[in-house]
Design a binder for this molecule. Structure first.
Ligand SMILES: [Cu+2]
Length: 154
């Protein structure tokens, strides 16, 4: 029955098309945003020194130590620190702030050589500096600016 055979081939093709989409398959009961990024540590640098992340939700960082020394992924602003021995990898999950900002991260063993930033929500300024107010010179000379208005024509 050739028709039957055709159907099976079509189905197989459809499954093959859908299957590769399962690279990131983390699901959550809530609608928390789950993002997953990989960070590799070498002797002595991070493979990504800039981690762009979306606003809010949870993040899973897959911290891989591809170097010979022990390295850490340390984010002081989040009270976060994980270590990985040579050849090991550690997964750490944490929640992001709900405001855009930039967090510094570094390796506590080699902070001068190994450091980078987590950019949240496309922000490029550190979180600490977002409170700066710049609207000090409000225009006050527009209301009473008509010397001798139309009523003064004698
Ligand atoms: Cu290090």
């Amino acid at each position: 029955m050739p028709a039957c055979k055709l159907t099976i081939v079509a189905l197989t093709a459809a499954v093959a098309l859908v299957a590769p989409a399962c690279a990131v398959d983390v699901e959550d009961d809530d609608d928390d945003v789950i993002q997953e990024v990989e960070l590799e540590a070498y002797d002595f640098y991070f493979e990504e020194t800039s981690l762009p992340l979306q606003l809010g939700g949870d993040v899973i960082v897959d911290f891989v130590n591809a170097g010979d020394a022990t390295h850490s992924f340390t984010v002081p602003d989040l009270d976060l620190e994980v270590e990985a021995q040579s050849g090991e990898s550690t997964e750490v999950e944490f929640s992001l702030p709900d405001e855009p900002g930039v967090l510094d991260f570094f390796c506590k063993f080699h902070p001068d050589d190994m450091n980078g930033t987590i950019s949240i929500g496309g922000a490029e300024a550190p979180l600490e500096e977002e409170g700066a107010v710049e609207d000090e010179d409000v225009d006050e000379d527009t209301a009473e600016d008509a010397p001798g208005g139309p009523g003064y024509n004698y």
